[in-house]
Design a protein. Structure first.
Lengths: 114, 113
């Protein structure tokens, strides 16, 4: 079955450390997204990519970085510049050019500070 | 810009009660509208969608009708079950190709036996 795989499910970060969250999809989707979810705040867009080797900042990109070297993969790095990284991170994908197509989500990574 | 407003939760219902979760939106043209559901510790799953005015999306007993005149997409279910307990998100995707999807803040539903 096609889907999106996020790993790890739980991640702990030490002060001053960068950590990378993995997101892989086998849906052959062009577009991929990273969201941050905090209690009571819904989903906030961090970065998105419409095609390989191209990505754009979302609403809360500061302290995060991404790469899109392969269609299937869109890893997110939470850098030490992100001062409040504790949150639930969701990766999603969709067919690029059709606005009536839904986004497909992974099961998320919960990041906490040690 | 685009926006989605959902009723605040939590919503607590007894099993077999009728459910309505209100959702209104602001957008130009004819966006596509979606309801997603999130179970504890999981990602979002598409529940239903509607892509043009007066369309009714339905799935697993849930329904929502795209009302252009009231810019609404309210979620309904005639008889909820304990297994329906989750957080429900309304979302819109703007008309005309890729643009940012806008999500509501989510409504938590708790169904008690």
């Amino acid at each position: 079955d096609g889907g999106i795989t996020q790993s790890p499910k739980y991640l702990f970060r030490k002060e001053g450390q960068n950590v990378t969250l993995s997101c892989e999809q086998n849906l052959n989707h062009d577009a991929m997204y990273w969201y941050r979810q905090d209690p009571g705040q819904g989903l906030r867009l961090i970065y998105y990519s419409q095609i390989v080797n191209d990505f754009q900042k979302g609403d809360i990109a500061e302290g995060y970085s991404v790469s899109r070297e392969k269609k299937e993969s869109f890893p997110l790095t939470v850098t030490s510049a992100q001062k409040n990284p504790t949150a639930f991170y969701l990766c999603a994908s969709s067919a690029r050019q059709y606005s009536n197509q839904p986004q497909h989500f992974g099961d998320g990574t919960r990041l906490s500070i040690l | 810009g685009d926006s989605v407003t959902q009723m605040e939760g939590p919503v607590t219902l007894s099993e077999e009660a009728f459910l309505t979760i209100n959702c209104t939106y602001t957008a130009t043209g004819y966006p596509s509208l979606f309801w997603y559901v999130q179970y504890p510790g999981e990602g979002l799953q598409l529940l239903l969608k509607a892509t043009k005015a007066d369309d009714k999306g339905s799935n697993k007993g849930f329904e929502a009708t795209y009302r252009k005149e009231t810019t609404s997409f309210h979620l309904e279910k005639g008889s909820v079950q304990v297994s329906d307990s989750a957080v429900y998100f309304c979302a819109l995707s703007p008309e005309g190709g890729y643009q940012k999807v806008t999500f509501g803040t989510g409504t938590k539903l708790q169904v008690i036996p």
